[in-house]
Every structure is written in C-alpha cells, then in structure tokens.
Design a protein around this ligand. Structure first.
Ligand code: ZN
Length: 145
C-alpha cells in the first residue's frame, strides 16, 4: 500500500561542489551542515569517474560498477531523509560518455566530481526514517506524523 504525506517547501539551496570531491559525500555534507532532514536534490555537471549500484532483487544486495572515465552528469535526482538518525541522501544518476552513450544507476560513494552544479530543496513535513523492509531487503521509509 502506498504511503503518502503532504510536505511543504522550506528553503532552496543552490551552488557548486568541489573539484575532486566525492559526489554523494559532498551532497550529504551540505544536508548535515544546513540541517536538511527532508528534501530533494538535483544536479548536473561532470565526473572524473563513477561508481554505480544496481540492486539485485533476487540476491537482495547491490552490485557495484566502476566507470573509470570522464562522464557528463546528464541527470542526478534524489531525496533526503533520515537513516541511522542522520541525513541520508538517496540519489540516482544518468551519465553520458563522449559518444553520448548513457549509463545509469544508484549513486554510490566513489563517484568523483569534475564539476557539479547542485540544487537542494529542504522540506517541512513528517519524519521520514529509513528502516529495513522485509519484502525488498531495502531500507525503505517508515513515516511518522
Ligand atoms: Zn537507489
């Protein structure tokens, strides 16, 4: 059953990330710094290399792929909630190589920024805490009022 809650926009942050930084870690650090407990993120730019996850639904574990090449970020989209009592960014990314071929997946640590422009929107709303879901094996949202 779907669980849907009403949230409202609180603030929007916009900026650029550090050359050579880890993409997921930099976004997470902004959320901690700005105390964003609920939100959304989008970004574009380029990476020096990427590490992407694919969730193996049968084995119930992530398989990781490392792309050791410069790539364009054609789209990064994600959300911010709480896991283990701290802000947690869940993002998916689509990347393109020099011939325009696309790769995509779950953004994992190990993706290194070449240049990146990011927009982060913070929300007011109920507490979205990630808890282990028995059906999928994934840490999904347990939403409180
Ligand atoms: Zn994911």
């Amino acid at each position: 059953m779907a669980i849907i809650k009403k949230i409202t926009s609180k603030a929007v942050f916009m900026g650029r990330l550090s050359h050579g930084g880890d993409l997921l870690e930099e976004i997470t650090a902004i959320c901690i710094q700005e105390n964003i407990r609920l939100g959304r993120v989008e970004a574009l730019g380029a990476v020096q290399q990427a590490r992407l996850g694919f969730y193996d639904q049968q084995a119930r574990e992530y398989r990781f792929m490392v792309l050791e090449q410069p790539l364009e970020i054609t789209k990064l989209i994600g959300n911010v909630s709480y896991k283990d009592n701290k802000p947690f960014v869940h993002a998916h990314i689509t990347l393109a190589d020099k011939e325009g071929h696309a790769f995509g997946g779950h953004l994992a640590p190990g993706t290194l920024i070449f240049a990146c422009e990011v927009i982060l929107e913070a929300y007011d709303g109920p507490f979205f805490q990630r808890e282990m879901d028995e059906t999928t094996g994934l840490p999904l949202w347990a939403i409180s009022e």
